[in-house]
Design a protein around this ligand. Structure first.
Ligand code: THU
Length: 136
């Protein structure tokens, strides 16, 4: 088996723990995310829903914006855990924001028993990014 430079199970466990703090009173769909930094720190997030539904923030974007707002900018992987028995892929908005700040990141989906691992670039091919703005 290919040895990776980080412990996927530890990251998944952090996402599962973060899911406990989901504020999902409208959808009842609880999501946890755990972002691994290049220097080994784990920043977690859970989804936070609003009575004005469109203001809801996904777990992945909570984790990412927490990290960025604390000056953390180098990321290795993100694990996502929602319902056991289901793999929950990141929504399109989360793929875009992750791509803007961590285009080379691994995305790990846990169903509570097994995980699937993707490169974000596989999940968001031909992405719009700052090169599209002519700034790269
Ligand atoms: N959700 C996430 O937190 N991450 C995803 O990748 C998909 C969806 C949340 C948003 C909303 O609170 C609930 O799941 C149902 O869409």
């Amino acid at each position: 088996m290919k040895k990776t430079k980080y412990d996927e199970q530890k990251l998944i466990e952090a996402a599962r723990q973060a899911r406990k703090f989901a504020h999902a009173r409208y959808s009842h769909f609880q999501v946890g995310a755990a972002l691994l930094t290049k220097d080994g720190r784990i920043i977690t997030g859970s989804n936070v829903e609003s009575s004005s539904y469109g203001l809801t923030i996904c777990a992945e974007r909570v984790a990412l914006t927490k990290a960025l707002s604390e000056g953390i900018e180098q990321f290795e992987a993100i694990a996502i855990a929602a319902r056991d028995g289901m793999f929950t892929p990141p929504c399109g908005a989360c793929r875009q924001l992750l791509f803007d700040y961590a285009p080379d990141i691994d995305v790990i989906l846990s169903n509570g028993h097994e995980f699937q691992k993707f490169k974000l670039k596989e999940l968001l091919p031909h992405a719009f990014d700052d090169s599209s703005l002519g700034e790269k």
